[in-house]
Every structure is written in C-alpha cells, then in structure tokens.
Design a protein around this ligand. Structure first.
Ligand code: MN
Length: 296
C-alpha cells in the first residue's frame, strides 16, 4: 500500500482563521501525516493564499470535506435548493483547485442531516445529474470526489457501500468514488470487510477512527479485518483519521455530531497514538496479505 495518511483538521481547531490554519497545518506535519483534511463548511473564512503557502512550507497535501445543508440539498424535490447546492459545490471545487487539494469528500450528494422520509427516485436522480456536472469541473483540476457513505442519522441517500457503488456507477465519471468510514460502517454494514471488497476499485477515500470516534483501539471496530480488506483490494488512496472533541470543535459542530461526552483530552497524545496505530495496522495487514500460504 502506498496510502497517504491524513488527519482531520478538527482534531486541532474549530475554524480556519490564519492562526487556526497555522496551528492545524504545523501540528499535522509535526506528527508525521502526509495530508490534512480541512472542513469546507466555513468556506468563506478560508484565506486560500495563506493556507496554500503554509501547506507548501509544511510539505503536506490537503483534502476538503463537507456536507450540504437543507437549503442546498441536491437530492431535494425543490429545484431552487438543487441549484443552490450545485452552485455551492462549484464554489467548493474552485477553492479546492486554488488550494491544490487532491480530493473533495463527504456528504456531497445530499444534506448532512437526519431526514424524516426515505429518499425519492427523483431526488437521487437529481443528485446524480448534478454530481456528473460537478465531476467534470473537478476533473479539470485533477480532483477526485469522495461520496462518503454515512449512517442513517446523517443522510437518507448513501448508508451502505453497495449504495455508494451503485451511485458512483450511475454518475459514471472516473473521478467520482466511494468514500468509506469505519465509524459509519460499524453502524450500517453487516460486514465491513465485505463492504470494502464490494467497493473494490471504486473506493477512493477512507476514514479510519473508532466506534465512538475517540482514541484508537478503545472502541469496537475490527480494524484488523478492515485493514486486511484494504490491503487485499490493493487500496492506494488516502486513509484519514477522524476524531472529535467538543472542547475543540465547540458549537454548532458538537450539536450536529452529537458529542455528548469526551473520549479524549490530550490531542497530541491522541494523534501520536493514532498515527502509530494506523501505521501498525497497515504494516500488519500488508504482511498478512503478502504471505499467502502455499506449497513449496
Ligand atoms: Mn467520516
């Protein structure tokens, strides 16, 4: 595996002022990560030139992630919301291009919210139409789009890897990929390793973490089988660690993510351990998969 290891910026900071950008980028590089994933939720606050300069200086790559909101939901029956969502995604892609980002991922295909109804066929078709156009714009800047498959409380469109695969096939663009996350798979998939195999070549982005989104190794996610599955399918994309503390992110993210208890206090320790733990899982998986038992 040649995967780049990433870290979600919200481990360090809540927003993206120049001070926050400097801290998050420098800490991410200091702890040995190859890229930082920045939340694009507060896009207008990003000083693109300043961030790009700091990334270059630190020598790390960047990806962006976001979820749409209800007013900009491209799976909505309301054409005004769909148009607003498409305009927003175009704006995000332009910023990603200017930052030199390789991936834009997250809940790009619907709002990031608890829905009260299942998705409609027309809503899904609308989302796929918009995504095909956004993919074309992203491809012009060499950007891959990751459709993050999340749990039922965060979208009604993509809750399983199989749905992610079907969605990407229907979009039919080579830069539209499935983005899987161990936290969400732990809730929705019968078998996370099988889900990774189902995604196969369409897997384009990966979030590691824990069942409670805290300290690695203290939850119930079977990382051994997950990393072996990643090795078996030959996944070479980014693997980004995601963990949240309300002490860092504050509101409104604490409320949106439902962080009602703290799973960690010392960010340095959390991140140092996660980096080592993830590398260890990758090394072990690579070793296990390469040493197939066979007769001499
Ligand atoms: Mn995630």
């Amino acid at each position: 595996m040649k995967n780049r290891l990433g870290l979600h910026a919200n481990v360090w900071v809540a927003g993206w002022s120049e001070t926050e950008a400097a801290r998050a980028i420098d800490k991410t590089a200091e702890f040995g990560f190859d890229l930082i994933e920045i939340s694009a939720m507060e896009l207008l606050k990003i000083n693109v030139a300043d961030t790009r300069r700091r990334l270059d200086k630190a020598g790390i790559g960047v990806t962006l992630s976001l979820g749409l909101d209800a007013q900009r939901d491209i799976s909505s029956a309301d054409p005004l919301r769909v148009a607003a969502g498409e305009a927003h995604l175009r704006e995000v892609i332009a910023i990603a291009r200017d930052l030199g980002a390789t991936h834009v991922c997250g809940i790009l295909y619907s709002a990031f919210q608890k829905y009260e109804q299942p998705p409609t066929a027309a809503g899904v078709a609308s989302s796929i139409d918009v995504m095909a156009r956004i993919a074309e714009k992203a491809a012009a800047s060499g950007i891959t789009l990751g459709m993050e498959v999340v749990n039922r409380y965060e979208t009604n469109v993509l809750n399983t890897a199989a749905q992610g695969v079907e969605y990407c096939r229907r979009v039919g663009a080579p830069n539209v990929k499935v983005h899987l996350d161990v936290y969400h798979m732990n809730i929705e998939e019968a078998d996370a390793a099988a889900a990774i195999h189902a995604a196969g070549d369409l897997l384009g982005y990966f979030h590691t973490g824990e069942s409670h989104r805290g300290y690695m190794g203290t939850g119930s996610v079977d990382l051994k089988s997950i990393f072996q599955a990643l090795a078996r399918i030959g996944y070479e994309g980014p693997i980004t660690y995601e963990s949240f503390s309300s002490r860092v992110v504050g509101q409104p993210l604490t409320g949106i993510l439902g962080i009602w208890r703290e799973t960690w206090e010392d960010g340095d320790d959390l991140v140092r351990h996660a980096r080592m733990y993830t590398q260890s899982q990758m090394n072990a998986a690579k070793y296990a998969v390469s040493r197939r038992n066979s007769l001499p």
